[in-house]
Design a protein around this ligand. Structure first.
Ligand code: ZN
Length: 643
């Protein structure tokens, strides 16, 4: 397979989903010991998949196994419309780790008939409970939504997840409030993180704990055995302690042990290989108490981490040379050196849909006392960018072939550089005047703060210092980001806002604010304009140097607003530029986007790792391959790592 085209990244397309694959650059160059560490941690990351299916809904595993039975056993026509609808449905179930959509959490609707399902069940000699299966799939009022957050409803009783049984919201809240009583505010261990709460026949509440010897005990024992093998290849004592303490947690099921593990994990900053494994994020529980199972394995991307180090080592230069008034600059600024990682394996709630950035642990008191780890999954970002090439999006919206080529050449590079500058320098730059409160800008504060960080990044992307430091190849690169940023802020990001609605989210507001302000000043100076052709708007930039200067002016003004706590100015700026989309561009963005048929949601298949042995039966190498398809991988996981 050609590894350098967008077709490498594209694996499958169904419903509202596109499945991609990601590369793991640098895996081949790891020493054998680290490869074996990655291998065993990866096995541990895949192993918990069925825990997540069962957490999401008590019928999910029965449903998946029944559908997989039909899918593999059916010998009839697999090309007819109804079978293809059945196949699409199964692919959706796999993707969302259960019957509810991974994002909306609403139950999937089958596009095949009950009659057709009966035919499939007959022809594949299905032995299970077919009436339950029909109820799960076709009864629209049964387990309708996985997580119900509707105000005024009992969010526990009406959510279809498997975290509570026969328990009301009030009972669950009281149960955990009582557990936390006696601990100083926010210092209690995360009680309830790894258990289901249910009421027994006598009406007593009890926790069914997910641990070795408890619920999911067999799967957890297999995870533990992979972790024990991984511990043999730990890079250092600290990392071995991290793994050992996680094993302790899986064995005792005590949330306090999980806190111990989290503290060790956050302090292990030297190991090259890193991982997450356990009950971590709580989005799947309306009360935010129960954590879904997930796993990720990764290693530090040295080149990218050098990049963020270079930026933060030069933090003072950037601060001193910014266009901001000297009164608002920090005399001593410290850059943050972000960690950039290469993901090697995604599991549980990070698979197939995955985050591109992670900031953990979630426990507030651990974050305050011990800090947190913030990482960017750069190879995942790269896969998104590569797969998007040729999806027609940029071709539809870009003004000229030159703009388009510049985007393909510099787009990804300047995207990550923009993020680095934003995170490592932007948020940390500048200072408040004495007596000004952090919260002076109230509801506008978040938007102004994001604008400040974005502007700092935009301003410096166009600075020769970036080329001098070896962070950008030339003085052309920034233009691709300027073009993209303005087009996105003025128009293309509006595809995510329903027509006639306002922009609410702080990052989206900040992007429109910057783009609209820079456009207004830039247009007056003939530096940028909208050109209309065939009834469509195309952004044309005539003078990048002028736009950079205008960007600096806005940065200076936003920093003044922040430093002085000028609420009225913040309000005027955000209200005038950041909130109301241009109605013509808004509608046009929707119309043009819809004609492209781009999947709104994306996820990934994993690479396959295979250990090779020498003549003595000792591991000699770990090979990575990228040729597994989506259904193929799902069926293999279901067969090899099941409950
Ligand atoms: Zn930010």
């Amino acid at each position: 397979m050609d590894n350098n085209t967008s077709s490498f990244y594209k694996v499958d397309r169904f419903a509202d989903i596109e499945v991609l694959r990601y590369k793991v650059p640098g895996f081949e160059d790891l020493p054998l010991k680290q490869k074996l560490l990655v291998y065993h941690l990866s096995e541990a990351a895949i192993e918990g998949r069925d825990i997540l299916f069962d957490q999401n809904n008590r019928h999910n595993l029965f449903l998946r196994k029944s559908l997989e039975h039909i899918y593999t056993a059916y010998a009839g026509d697999r090309n007819c419309a109804e079978f293809r609808a059945f196949e699409c449905y199964l692919k959706q179930i796999w993707f969302s780790n259960g019957i509810h959509h991974h994002y909306s959490t609403i139950k999937h609707k089958p596009a095949f008939s009950e009659k057709y399902l009966n035919e499939l069940l007959d022809k594949t000699a299905f032995k299970g409970d077919s009436s339950l299966l029909r109820k799960i799939i076709f009864d629209a009022n049964f387990d309708t939504k996985r997580v119900n957050l509707a105000e005024g409803e009992d969010v526990i009783a009406t959510s279809a997840n498997n975290y509570y049984r026969n328990v009301s919201q009030k009972e669950a809240e009281d149960f955990y409030a009582a557990k936390q009583a006696g601990y100083p505010d926010g210092q209690a261990p995360s009680f309830g993180l790894n258990s289901r709460l249910e009421k027994d026949a006598d009406g007593n509440l009890q926790e069914i704990v997910w641990k070795s010897g408890g619920e999911y005990g067999e799967i957890i024992d297999r995870i533990v055995s992979h972790l024990e093998k991984a511990a043999i290849y730990a890079e250092n004592d600290k990392q071995k302690q991290v793994i050992d303490t996680l094993i302790d947690f899986y064995k005792d099921g005590n949330p306090a042990t999980f806190d111990k593990y989290s503290i060790l994990w956050v302090n292990d900053t030297l190991s090259k290989v890193d991982f997450l494994n356990g009950f971590i994020e709580t989005y799947g529980d309306a009360l935010g108490i129960k954590a879904s199972w997930e796993g990720i394995v990764d290693f530090r991307n040295e080149e990218a981490t050098r990049r963020t180090r270079t930026i933060s080592e030069n933090a003072q230069w950037f601060e001193d040379n910014s266009p901001v008034d000297a009164r608002f600059k920090k005399e001593q600024v410290k850059g943050v050196s972000a960690k950039v990682i290469t993901a090697c394996m995604l599991g549980g709630d990070c698979y197939p849909a995955t985050p591109i950035g992670i900031n953990l642990p979630n426990s507030n008191w651990i974050r305050q006392v011990h800090g947190s780890k913030s990482v960017t999954l750069e190879n995942i970002m790269q896969a998104y960018a590569e797969a998007a090439k040729g999806n027609g999006f940029a071709e539809e919206f870009y003004d000229s072939k030159d703009d388009l080529e510049a985007w393909y050449k510099y787009g990804f590079l300047t995207d990550v550089m923009h993020t680095d500058l934003h995170e490592c320098l932007g948020h940390g730059s500048g200072k408040l005047l004495p007596g000004v409160s952090q919260d002076a800008l109230k509801a506008y504060g978040a938007c102004i703060e994001e604008a400040r960080a974005d502007l700092f990044a935009l301003y410096y992307l166009a600075d020769e210092k970036m080329v001098e430091l070896g962070l950008l190849p030339d003085m052309e690169a920034f233009k691709a980001q300027y073009y993209h940023y303005l087009l996105n802020g003025l128009m293309t990001q509006l595809v995510r806002i329903p027509l006639n609605e306002r922009i609410e989210e702080a990052h989206m507001r900040n992007r429109q604010l910057i783009a609209a302000w820079v456009y207004e000043k830039g247009n007056a100076a003939n530096a940028v304009e909208w050109v209309v052709a065939d009834g469509k708007h195309y952004l044309r930039i005539n003078d990048y140097a002028a736009l950079r200067k205008i960007t600096g002016e806005l940065l200076a003004e936003i920093q003044r607003i922040k430093s002085e706590g000028d609420y009225e100015a913040a309000k005027n700026l955000v209200e005038k530029y950041g909130i109301i989309p241009d109605p013509v561009l808004h509608r046009e963005a929707h119309d043009r986007y819809e004609s492209l048929d781009i999947a709104p949601y994306k996820g990934f298949v994993n690479p396959v790792y295979t250990v090779e042995y020498d003549n003595n039966g000792c591991p000699a190498d770990v090979k990575i391959s990228y040729d597994e398809g989506y259904a193929e991988q799902m069926l293999r996981y279901s067969a090899a790592y099941n409950k």
